[in-house]
Design a protein. Structure first.
Length: 134
């Protein structure tokens, strides 16, 4: 229970910080990955700044922050980690699809890996928490 709650709190804080970064400095997030792309021989992603998509991205980060916070507050409830798992799995697989079918931007590949690892970690936390409850 202690590991589960600690991980959920770290996830909630991390998601909240990333969501605020998306909202406050969207150009900075894309620029960071674009600076890394050239030396890796990868194309640069288009600059951010489409307000509607910033709203959606920030709203999504709020939602995953809330789900992680609810995991922390209510570790006995298995719905919250399952919803967080589904959200992170979706963005991971969508990022992979865009990397393969649109353009091989580093930011797509990075998000595939990061959100995939988060999804796997949340799945593992849910499973270990569920197994302890038996």
């Amino acid at each position: 229970m202690k590991t589960y709650r600690a991980a959920a709190l770290v996830l909630a804080a991390g998601f909240l910080i990333v969501g605020l970064l998306f909202l406050a400095v969207p150009q900075g997030v894309v620029s960071f990955f674009n600076r890394l792309s050239g030396p890796l021989g990868m194309a640069e992603a288009q600059p951010a700044g489409r307000p509607f998509f910033l709203v959606l991205a920030s709203g999504y980060m709020y939602l995953v922050s809330l789900l992680a916070w609810l995991m922390f507050k209510h570790p006995e409830n298995q719905t919250f980690p399952m919803l967080l798992f589904q959200g992170k799995l979706a963005t991971s697989l969508l990022s992979l699809g865009f990397f393969l079918l649109h353009r091989p931007f580093l930011i797509y590949l990075a998000n595939f890996g990061i959100d995939g690892l988060i999804a796997a970690g949340v799945w593992w936390l849910r499973k270990t928490q569920k197994d302890r409850g038996r």
